[in-house]
Ligand binder design. Structure first.
Ligand SMILES: [Zn+2]
Ligand SMILES: [Zn+2]
Length: 315
């Protein structure tokens, strides 16, 4: 009987500890005041961090010593662009149309952020090479639909009436101008060319596009390091919406969309004043954990998100 009582007491103490740890993380003051999410569309892990020469991502390899790399990071939902982006922005793996014809069901991290910090335009922004990505700026939830939307500059012709795909070089230029002049608190940057070139069955252009996005990531990181407004207060999350088929699955690198490890296995590289530096983390995490972590550092609640806070990321 005595032993049972002691075990009961230990369990009770553990529950109280766990509860207070969770409270502590929610109440903690963070240095991070701004967040940048960079999504590189569709490179395969074997052409990025899974290649031990890192020959396609030399800049990211170089700056990774200042950040945290997740080597077991996954898209556990549908491995297409809009479902992948929806996981990143709403924290839900939702079955959703990939042409941008259907709004996500739940409010996005932008909408929660804008609600919390409204009045300071533009609080949050999306800059993306593919126009269809603008669909994640809104949702179907009746309390949020049409409200608290981020500023959107996507595709050809950018704002409002955009269409199609534009070159990633335009997206990086517009993004850097916005960071310099408008200081959004939360910004998503979507680069599209690795996916576009792979679908065109052009291996060399696919590899070149990965190398180009590697240099664009470096430009953003370097800008933040030097900019008076963002330096020392900004977190950056660099990830992918999906990977591509393994060589022995269907048409290999050309397509994606199933549950093979090539499509699911992506990566996350994260930098921030509250995060560890130079660490490689091997525990499994997934796209929906990104908005949960952002909501915590930017201090707003995201009750409709289903991801977990990546607590191991923090110092
Ligand atoms: Zn694609
Ligand atoms: Zn696949």
């Amino acid at each position: 009987m005595k032993i049972i009582k002691i075990i009961e007491k230990i369990i009770l103490i553990l529950i109280i500890c766990l509860y207070s740890c969770e409270r502590a993380s929610l109440d903690t003051e963070y240095i991070t005041k701004n967040v940048i999410i960079i999504v590189i569309d569709g490179p395969r892990y074997s052409e990025t961090w899974g290649d031990s020469s890192f020959s396609n991502i030399p800049q990211m390899k170089k700056i990774s010593e200042f950040g945290v790399l997740y080597t077991n990071f996954y898209n556990n939902g549908a491995t297409y662009t809009i479902p992948g982006y929806t996981s990143i922005t709403t924290g839900n793996n939702e079955e959703i149309n990939d042409l941008g014809l259907e709004k996500p069901e739940f409010p996005s991290v932008f909408q929660y952020c804008n609600k919390k910090y409204s009045g300071n335009f533009p609080v949050s922004s999306i800059f993306a090479s593919k126009y269809k990505i603008s669909v994640v700026s809104d949702c179907l939830d009746s309390s949020y639909s049409g409200f608290y939307k981020p500023f959107c500059d996507c595709g050809v012709n950018g704002i409002g009436v955009g269409n199609g795909y534009r070159d990633d070089s335009i997206t990086i230029r517009k993004t850097l101008t916005s960071l310099d002049e408008e200081h959004p608190r939360l910004i998503l940057i979507g680069f599209g060319e690795p996916d576009y070139s792979a679908h065109n069955k052009n291996w060399q252009e696919y590899i070149d596009a990965i190398k180009n996005t590697d240099s664009y990531v470096y430009q953003v990181w370097n800008f933040i390091e030097k900019d008076k407004y963002y330096k020392g207060t900004t977190a950056i999350f660099i990830t992918n919406d999906h990977g591509r088929h393994l060589d022995n699955v269907k048409d290999g690198y050309v397509s994606h969309g199933d549950t093979c490890d090539g499509c699911r296995h992506i990566s996350l590289l994260a930098f921030g004043p509250d995060f560890k530096k130079g660490e490689v983390i091997k525990i499994n995490r997934e796209l929906i954990d990104i908005p949960a972590t952002i909501a915590m550092v930017l201090k707003f609640h995201m009750p409709t998100g289903h991801g977990n806070i990546m607590s191991e990321l923090f110092k």
